[in-house]
Design a protein around this ligand. Structure first.
Ligand code: PRT
Ligand code: ZN
Length: 283
């Protein structure tokens, strides 16, 4: 039985549970207990505060966990990062009052910086050879400069609106963070095998999300060019159409190059382009 720690409530909770669901794992968690067992996979889910997850995984109370990379690095436990999950994206940044003249990182010298991320901040300051005072607080970091508690802050940012409403501007990005799957370094062989199964499923879900299935009609004289644009998993499927001189091409296309590929396909005379979502993709 593999034990996974996920956030009990908060920004990572829903995406974590959705991911397990997309992996075909059904939980018995009607009334949000401390833990829930999966019906159809050897997995037990522990619901915890995100800050506690690295310690629990390190101690082996949980074998694996889903946590923001920001928390993982801040807690600095000797545990593995096994998969970047692509949700809970944010950045850890330094912000200063809007009116402050800021030219570069050396302007932080001698400042008092409020944060809940003192480990990561200290690392950053040391690497940049900056001597500044870290003022560790446990929450509401963004109000610290306004009430005279600090000159600057180091906190998580996503849209930037919290900084804006508090009269601050983002001046340095220390870390780009997202939720990661983390694991204890000494998993039993049995649990390692279950984790491998889970990773295969996570990978299938994530790969599918990053790709689209594409079908189109292509003039035969352009098949080489079109196939070159759509290498797919191994190679595109090409089937002759009933109409002479035309073929149907089927392949997968990566979300990142999607529009660029579509434009080029049209230049090569592709017609009737249909794009479909993929539910799972095992390559
Ligand atoms: O109760 P528990 O301790 O488990 O939860 P928590 O309150 O400590 O964490 P929670 O649920 O707020 O965040 C969990 C994780 O989500 C974080 O560790 C990050 O990895 C990730 N995440 C992604 C964020 C944000 N985006 C985010 N915007 N965590 C916090 N914020 C906060 C930020 O601290 C600031 O106050 O949102 C505000 C800034 O947002 P913008 O949009 O105004 O810039
Ligand atoms: Zn927390």
């Amino acid at each position: 039985m593999l034990k996974i720690a996920v956030q009990k409530s908060g920004r990572l909770y829903e995406d974590s549970i959705r991911l397990l669901k997309e992996c075909g794992i059904e939980l018995n968690n009607g009334n949000k207990q401390l833990k829930a067992a999966a019906f159809n996979f050897p997995l037990e889910v522990y619901f915890l505060r995100d800050d506690d997850i690295p310690q629990y995984v390190y101690d082996g109370v949980a074998d694996i966990g889903i946590v923001g990379e920001n928390v993982l690095l801040e807690k600095a436990k000797d545990i593995d990062r096994v998969y970047r999950l692509g949700f809970g994206k944010c950045r850890l940044s330094i912000a200063v009052p809007k009116a402050m003249q800021y030219k570069g990182v050396s302007d932080l010298k001698g400042l008092k910086i409020a944060t809940t991320y003192s480990t990561i901040l200290q690392d950053y300051l040391t690497k940049n050879n900056i001597d500044a005072e870290i003022h560790e607080i446990s929450g509401s970091v963004e109000i610290a400069p306004g009430i005279g508690l600090a000159d600057a802050i180091c906190d998580l940012v996503s849209s930037g609106s919290t900084l804006f409403t508090n009269g601050l501007k983002e001046v340095e990005v220390i870390l780009q963070s997202e939720a990661v799957l983390t694991a204890n370094k000494k998993l039993s062989a049995e649990n390692r095998a279950i984790l491998d199964k889970l990773l295969l499923r996570i990978n299938a879900v994530k790969t599918a999300k990053n790709n689209k299935y594409i079908l189109l009609n292509a003039p035969n004289k352009q098949l080489k060019n079109i196939a070159g644009l759509l290498p797919g998993i191994k190679s595109p499927t090409i089937v002759p159409l009933q109409e002479e001189g035309w073929s149907s091409v089927q392949s997968v296309v990566n979300e990142n190059d999607f529009w660029e590929v579509i434009e080029k396909l049209k230049e090569f005379g592709a017609e009737g382009i249909i794009v479909l979502p993929i539910e799972k993709m095992i390559v």
